[in-house]
Ligand binder design. Sequence first.
Ligand code: NAD
Ligand code: MN
Length: 368
Amino acid sequence: SRVFKIVTIPGDGIGVDITEAAVAVLQKLAVVSGTFEFEFTEKDWSSKKYQERGYYMPEDGLDQLKKFDAIYFGAVGWPVRIADLGPRTDVPDHISLWGLILPIRNALGQYVNVRPTRVLRGITSPLKDCGPGDLDWVIVRENSEGEYAGHGGTTHGAFSHAVATEVSIFTRVGIERIFRFAFETARSRPRKKLTMVTKSNAQRHGMVLWDKIFTEITKEYPDVETDKMLVDAMTVRMTLHPKTLDTIVATNLHADILSDLAAALSGSIGIAPSSNLDPMREFPSMFEPIHGSAPDIAGKGIANPIGAFWSAAEMVRWLGFTEAADGLMAAIENVTEAGIKTKDLAGASDTQTVTEAVCKEIEKVLQK
Ligand code: NAD
Ligand code: MN
C-alpha cells in the first residue's frame, strides 16, 4: 500500500482538538481500507508559539511543507486574553492570518478553495423544506488574489487624519483559472449549473473584468447552464430559493462570507469543510474545516469535529481514494443520523464521543 506523508498544523484553540480527531479518523480509515497509509508529522506553528518566538513559521517553513503529500490544517487565531499564555496574550487577527494560513495558500499555488455543503442525514437545516441531501452546493472560492491580495497601506496624517487603502487585485490569469475550475466542477455534477457572483454594480473595475471574462469562458462550456448574481442578492437567494443553486463561483471575500452562510444553513459552521487546492499538483494541497479557533469553546472538548472529518474525506479523495472518501462520508452521516452530535447541532455528545463513533462506523461501512 502507498504511504502518504501528511503534515498537520493544529494551530490554535479548537484547531488542536479537531486535528487530533481528524488524525484518529484518518488512521482508522487507512487501517480498514488497507490500500494506503499515512505518516503524520506535526508542526507546532500557533499563536502561542508566536508569542514565545516571534514568528508563526520558521524562515524555511514553506519549503518544509513542500516535502509532504498534503497539509492538514486546524485553525489559527487567538484574539482573546487567556491566563496560561503569559503577559502578551492576544495576537491581532490580521497578524495571525498573515503569519500562517495566507502565506501557505499563496506560496503553494493553492488558487482554488472548494467548499461543498449539503444537509447531512440527521442534521436539521434552519430552512424549512430543506431535508437531508438538500443545499447540495459547491462554492468555488478564488483563493489567491482579489480582496485578500494584501495590497494597501495606512497613513497617519496630521491631526490623526488616518487614511487606509485596501486594494483588491484582479488579474486575467487569476480570473480565467478560477472560472475554468468552476466550470469543470459544474460539469462533473449532475445538474451542470454554475452561478457566478460579483458586486459589479458598485465595484466597477475588477468585478466588471469578472463579468467580461465569464462571458468569454462560458462559450467553452456550452453544456453548463450559467447565471449571474450580485452578492447581496445572493444571500437572499441562498436563504429563500436554495434549491435553484448548484455550483457557485465568487471572489476571495465574497465566497468567504457566502460559505459561512452556507454552513449555517446546512446546520452549523462546525460541519463545513474546505480544500485549498493546487490544481497543477506541483505543491501539496491543504485541507481544513472552514471555522476558526472558536476561543469561546476552546479547551472544553465540545468542538464539532464533522467539518474536520469532511475535510479529511476531501483530502483522501484528492489523493485518489474515492471509495474510502465516500466510506468516510457514509460513516459520518450514520453517526449524525444516530443522534451522536455535538451541542452546536443540538446534541449532547462531546468531540471524543463523536470521533469514536465515526471510527466504529468506518469499520462497519468499509470492512466488507
Ligand atoms: P469561529 O469560526 O472560530 O467561531 C464562530 C462561532 O462558531 C463561535 O461561536 C464558535 O464557538 C462556533 N464554532 C466554530 N467552529 C465550531 C465547531 N467546530 N464546533 C462548534 N462550534 C463552533 O470564528 P471567529 O470567532 O470569528 O474567529 C475566531 C478566531 O479564528 C479569530 O482569531 C479568527 O481570525 C480565526 N479564524 C481562523 C480561520 C482559519 O484558521 N482558517 C478561519 C476563521 C476564523
Ligand atoms: Mn472564513
